[in-house]
Design a protein around this ligand. Structure first.
Ligand SMILES: O=C(O)C(=O)C[C@]1(C(=O)O)C=C[C@@H](O)C=C1
Length: 290
């Protein structure tokens, strides 16, 4: 068997779709895992060579499980990124005639999918119980297996082809411009095509009680004209008020500017850890895929 790639399953997740759109040239055996942590664990323990997980959504923000897994888990470099357009649908096991949303008692989905449809749920399904699942596809599978229950799942259109489900309501997300960034992680090298865009993600720990430290960190990038596309704080989990800063710099390591900026930051007393320096691939599908 060749090398393997773990992804957030079961079949029909947005993550699986991201795997299909990543321009991986090698024939990898793909393996679904039930949670994001299981995917990362599979790669950490060498059960899988690579993994694909969601890291950030344009409506709901960071996928904390992924971010914290990369920060606190074993060192697992980010090898590539792909942003996928996301369209969420309300899926049911029986075709309701007519569809009476009041009859639905429970809605199942991944927390990020629920969050992307918060206003829809508040307006049309304020009475339902929300049940969180590990992925949108696990919600779809669960609802399809209980056709006698007045339940619905939120997930991809693709799930109506994989599971015995109907599209009860199309495109229910609150904002049209919905994208999720997925990252490919792994300890070994993988041949990927060149891209016209590269990013470097770093984790910065500031020195304690140094006023203006974050300002100085940002200045090191600003005067070098190194563009940041994200800055985010995550708790170090060592106590209140203690944070790591995650920075996405729109630049690979192929310029002296980057090591220069890191050296300047380290001279301030900051610690810098590179989480990955990787190509960014664009989704090349046509129209709605999910
Ligand atoms: O549940 C899925 O289908 C996933 O791939 C996970 C996930 C996420 O974690 O953000 C991916 C894309 C959507 O934003 C909703 C859910």
């Amino acid at each position: 068997m060749g090398r393997t790639l773990a992804f957030l399953g079961p079949s029909g997740t947005f993550t699986e779709e991201a795997v299909r759109h990543l321009p991986i040239q090698e024939e990898l055996t793909t393996q679904p895992y039930v949670s994001i942590l299981d995917v990362l664990e599979a790669v950490n323990t060498n059960q899988a060579d690579f993994g694909v997980v969601p890291i950030e959504n344009s409506i709901e923000g960071t996928v904390n499980l992924t971010m914290d897994g990369l920060i606190h888990g074993e060192k697992l470099p980010i090898l590539a990124e792909l942003a996928l357009p996301i369209t969420q649908h309300l899926l049911m096991a029986v075709r309701p005639k007519p569809l009476l949303l009041q009859q639905i008692t429970k809605v199942f989905s991944h927390s990020h999918a629920i969050a992307q449809c918060r206003l829809f749920l508040q307006k049309y399904l304020p009475h339902v119980e929300i049940e969180y699942t590990n992925s949108t596809a696990s919600a779809a599978k669960l609802v399809s297996e209980e056709p006698d229950q007045p339940w619905a799942a939120i997930g991809t259109r693709l799930n109506t082809e994989i599971y015995p489900l109907f599209l009860a309501q199309e495109s229910i997300q609150d904002y049209a411009n919905n994208f999720t960034r997925f990252v490919l992680v792994g300890k070994s090298q993988l041949d990927l095509p060149v891209s016209d865009k590269y990013k470097t993600t770093i984790l910065v720990t500031l020195p304690e009680d140094y006023s203006g430290a974050l300002y100085q960190v940002l200045a090191a990038f600003a005067w070098r004209k190194l563009n940041l596309s994200r800055i985010e704080s995550r708790p170090t989990k060592k106590g209140l008020g203690s944070y790591y800063f995650v920075l996405d710099i729109v630049q690979g390591m192929d310029t002296v500017l980057m090591p220069g900026a890191f050296a300047e930051i380290e001279a301030l007393g900051c610690q810098v850890r590179i989480l990955g320096s990787y190509p960014v691939f664009a989704y090349r599908g046509i129209g709605e895929k999910n």
